[in-house]
Structures are given as C-alpha cells and as structure tokens.
Write a protein that binds this ligand. Structure first.
Ligand code: ZN
Ligand code: MN
Length: 139
C-alpha cells in the first residue's frame, strides 16, 4: 500500500503530533509488508535506513501511530504484539505452530456487534475476530 504523505501529515497534525522522519519510515516499513511483523522485525528494517534508531524509539513510534489510528496493534496475551499497517478492522488467521499471521478474505461482519446482548452496562465499540490453523509451511 502506498502512503500518501499529505494524509500522514494531516492525521498526525490533527492529533497534535509532528511528522518526523522516523514516524514516516516506520509507517512505510510496516505498510511494505503483509506479514504482521513484531516490533523487533520493524526495528531491523528501519535500522537499514536510520542506523541510529533504537528499539525504544520504535516502540514509542508504533505507540503514536496506533494512537492516531494509522496502524493496528494485534496483541496476543503474553507473546509479542504484531503490527498491521492496515488501520481498518479486518480478520486474521494465525498459525498455531509458527505464529504466522495472515489476513483472511472475509467482509467485515458489521451486524455482529448489534446481534450480541451486551453484558452489564457494556456499550459495544468494536470486535476482533481471529481464526487459527496450520500454515502451508507447517503442514
Ligand atoms: Zn506455520
Ligand atoms: Mn492484517
């Protein structure tokens, strides 16, 4: 997916953030892959272009990009979060052997949130749906 520089700038600016080269590079690296990488993978890639960058900076930058809705963080309990350059909700399948995460081709189930009976005083604001399986490499 190609990043529109102007839209990145506007999105960050609207939330009171400056556009920095590291924010731009992290976003470009993340949107250049569909593998849903973890922060360490992103760090290695960004370092090729910005050798001085630290892993801490990568984590902070990912936090800002997530905060502004430009990316998604997919958290998996105790293991490392994976990051997704596609900000709109969509569904994933994860390999139970190697942890690979891939997009699945399923339209967003918009009515799902209306069909559940909210517990207690919950107001439904979203949902996350994950499939699991064994990937081609692991079969
Ligand atoms: Zn696998
Ligand atoms: Mn995805």
């Amino acid at each position: 997916m190609k990043i529109e520089g102007a839209s990145l700038q506007r999105t960050l600016k609207n939330r009171g953030y400056r556009i920095t080269r590291q924010r731009q590079v992290v976003l470009e690296v993340l949107r250049s892959t569909n593998t849903h990488p973890d922060a360490h993978w992103i760090y290695q890639r960004v370092r090729r272009r910005m050798p001085q960058v630290s892993l801490g900076t990568i984590y902070r930058t990912l936090g800002v990009l997530k905060e502004t809705g430009l990316i998604q963080e997919l958290s998996y309990g105790s293991s490392f979060s994976r990051y997704d350059g596609t900000p709109e909700n969509h569904y994933h399948i994860g390999c139970i052997r190697c942890g690979k995460v891939a997009d699945v081709d399923l339209p967003l189930l918009r009515t799902l949130e209306k069909r559940i009976k909210p517990r207690e005083d919950f107001k439904v604001t979203g949902h996350r749906l994950e499939f699991s399986g064994i990937c081609g490499d692991c079969q």
